[in-house]
Design a protein around this ligand. Structure first.
Ligand code: CA
Length: 240
């Protein structure tokens, strides 16, 4: 099963919001709708979407103000924002992009164009989510459904082991030091002892089993690497 990207539509005109939502649904997205800044903030506090479509002219706070605020907030700063607006002149486009919007689309727009822009910002921000599934040898990881299989058999991983494996698979064949893994997997705002990395690598290998576990190599004095070399290279698709 593919990851269905969530799209928050912030738009005060129900007819336009509904039209966008229907088209998004037909094209494999999960749209939610907020008609003003207050309900948009509630939606964001509950669930982070993959993309925000933000109307410029809203009752209460403008889309521009919201874009600035969401860009500045730690929780929302990396969620792509596409501004929707009836204004098409260059001054406004610049103001929108300066406020932190990733892209800008002027009404009236074609659904095709909107979908293309949404896919483009998703690809730019989260390349691993655009395809959903990463394959290395017989190992397959689906970041949309949190399923990992080896040779078609489902592996049971804890959340940290999943993140660790995801990072190693999307950066395979390269050696990563323990401190690099701490930064990338746990985040650089968290204090984690490097020993903790060894504990999770050990758990990950155990969860992967004897054959797949060998794919994670210890590189003496440096760190770890995920490699296809030591395992049979047979890709096996994840069955939904
Ligand atoms: Ca409006």
């Amino acid at each position: 099963m593919r990851h269905q990207p969530g799209v928050l539509i912030v738009e005060d005109e129900p007819a336009i919001a509904e039209l966008i939502a229907v088209n998004l649904r037909h094209n494999g997205f999960r749209p939610t709708w907020a008609m003003d800044s207050v309900s948009a903030q509630c939606e964001l506090d509950a669930v982070l979407p993959d993309v925000i479509l933000l109307d410029w002219m809203l009752p209460g706070e403008s889309g521009l103000t919201l874009a600035k605020r969401w860009r500045a907030a730690a929780r929302t700063k990396s969620v792509p924002i596409i501004m929707l607006t009836a204004r098409g002149d260059e001054m406004d486009r610049v103001a929108g992009l300066d406020a932190g919007a990733d892209d800008y689309i002027a009404k009236p727009f074609s659904t095709k164009e909107l979908l293309a822009r949404i896919r483009a910002v998703i690809r730019r921000r989260a390349p691993e989510q655009a395809s959903g599934v990463v394959y290395i040898g017989a190992l397959a990881l689906d970041s949309g459904t949190y399923r990992v299989t080896f040779d078609g058999h489902l592996l049971k991983l804890g959340p940290t082991e999943f993140k660790l494996l995801h990072y190693l698979m999307t950066h395979a064949e390269r050696v990563h030091s323990r401190s690099q893994l701490v930064d990338k997997v746990w985040g650089d705002h968290v204090f984690i002892e490097e020993r903790t990395v060894d504990v999770h690598v050990k758990r990950l290998r155990e969860a992967m089993g004897e054959n797949a576990g060998h794919m994670i190599e210890t590189v003496r004095g440096v760190g770890y690497r995920l490699t296809v070399q030591s395992s049979p290279a047979r890709p096996s698709p994840i069955s939904a």
